[in-house]
Design a protein around this ligand. Structure first.
Ligand SMILES: Cc1cc2nc3c(=O)[nH]c(=O)nc-3n(C[C@H](O)[C@H](O)[C@H](O)COP(=O)(O)OP(=O)(O)OC[C@H]3O[C@@H](n4cnc5c(N)ncnc54)[C@H](O)[C@@H]3O)c2cc1C
Length: 387
């Protein structure tokens, strides 16, 4: 087996590295974490730069407007952008990392043509309207109703924890289109819709987080009319489409952040050397163990990405193993950061504090750790269902 990079891959790396060296100094300053419109403009601006340089949707298929890059090129892209300190996907998260890939995999040619190019150009931002007050882990219990009226669905209900809802143009929305009864189990009557966030009847009420920012919101839907042409997949077949979305969300959406973890770790080691904490052997061992965890996560990422490519582009349940461990390592990393920085963390800049606080949410967002463990137990290990 040859694990070396090919000449083409090395060439790709060098071209990307050179482009990043020119492009990054032209970026404006990153807006304050609480400035959501500013963050949208910044993140979309970066996406536009990637697009114009031919790096948008690198791993998306060519017929979906992507670059059709190999998994190795994609991983090189993530490594190089992270190494250069390039911005993270930010407001483009849902569109680029799971709504877009879902539409690419499941949408009609018209839907692909309508929604994918603006995502790739950074012109339109998406949010995810899956969770409801009584339907988070048990997503199939969702109650937001859509009733067919000619060429439209009339949608009423509410969603919660909708990240980026305030600045989104579109929502990947799950609705109930068939009542639950003995013949129709709850996951059978669900439909996946693309809903414009500026449609009459959509009300967004921001929720303030522990970190002091309103990164997500409650979304209330009162007789919102969504054209039937905005339905991705068949009516009542939304659960299957949702599984595609979730496999992207858990399988590949957090990949870039693994590389970011390594950068955080290196910054911590530098800080510990500078402030004397490096003399503490227990802390050094802790950082060393985290470095090993990050390396293992990167290997798991490589495996997941190449497995997805080999089996047709949609990540498999291995994503749950990744999501489970990644969210734990990220928390442990920021716990270690709090120890290295001590009280200085409060002066170390808004981002350290915000990152430490938001790291707590990773074991809940995109499916809790308990749910990932259930998936690993049932679908990978073949253990019987708990209930
Ligand atoms: C930062 C963040 C961003 C988010 N962004 C979005 C978003 O953009 N769009 C969106 O739709 N949702 C979003 N969510 C919601 C997230 O998907 C849900 O919070 C998550 O799925 C858990 O659902 P819940 O909060 O209803 O908890 P519940 O489902 O009520 O769970 C409560 C507890 O019970 C446990 N539990 C429940 N069922 C089982 C079981 N069968 N076995 C074992 N344990 C179980 C859970 O693990 C958890 O610990 C976000 C959440 C966070 C934290």
């Amino acid at each position: 087996m040859d694990l070396a990079f090919t000449d083409d891959e090395e060439d790709f790396r060098h071209r990307l590295r050179a482009w990043l060296a020119d492009a990054l100094p032209t970026l404006p300053d990153r807006p304050h974490p609480a400035d959501w419109p500013g963050r949208r403009a910044y993140d979309c601006g970066w996406q536009r730069m990637l697009h114009d340089a031919g790096y948008a949707g690198l791993h998306w298929p060519k017929d979906a407007g992507g670059q059709g890059a190999t998994p190795t090129q994609h991983l090189i892209f993530l490594e190089e952008t992270e190494r250069a300190g390039a911005p993270y996907v930010g407001a483009g998260f849902v569109g680029l990392l799971h709504a877009g890939p879902t539409i690419a995999a499941e949408g009609t040619p018209e839907q692909r043509a309508r929604w994918l190019p603006p995502i790739l150009r950074g012109d339109e931002v998406w949010c995810q309207g899956f969770s409801e007050p009584d339907a988070g882990s048990d997503l199939a219990s969702l109650r937001t109703r859509a009733v067919r009226d000619g060429d439209t669905y009339v949608v009423s209900g509410s969603k919660i924890w909708t990240s980026h809802a305030e600045i989104a143009d579109w929502c990947e929305l799950l609705v109930r289109t068939a009542p639950v009864n003995a013949d129709a189990p709850k996951h059978r009557g669900i439909t996946w819709l693309a809903m414009p966030m500026d449609a009459p009847g959509v009300t967004v009420r921001p929720l303030r987080t522990l970190a002091g920012t309103a990164e997500f919101a409650e979304v209330f839907l009162d007789q919102v009319r969504v054209p039937v042409t905005h339905r991705v997949g068949e009516e009542n077949d939304g659960w299957r489409v949702t599984m595609v979305t979730l496999s992207f969300e858990r399988g590949t959406a957090f990949v870039g952040e693994v590389v970011a973890c390594r950068r955080v770790l290196e910054a911590l080691a530098r800080t510990a050397k500078a402030n004397g904490r490096w003399d503490d052997a227990v802390l050094r061992r802790r950082l060393g163990r985290l470095a090993a965890e990050c390396a293992a996560l990167w290997r798991l990422t490589q495996w997941n990405v190449s497995e997805a490519q080999r089996t047709g582009g949609v990540p498999g349940v291995g994503g749950s193993v990744f999501k489970l461990r990644f969210s734990q390592v990220r928390q442990e990393l920021y716990e270690a950061a709090a120890e290295v920085l001590g009280p200085d963390a409060l002066d170390a800049g808004q981002e350290w504090v915000a990152d430490r606080l938001s790291s707590l949410s990773y074991t809940i967002a995109a499916g809790t750790s308990q749910i990932q463990r259930n998936i690993v137990a049932e679908r990978i290990l073949g253990l019987p269902k708990g209930r």
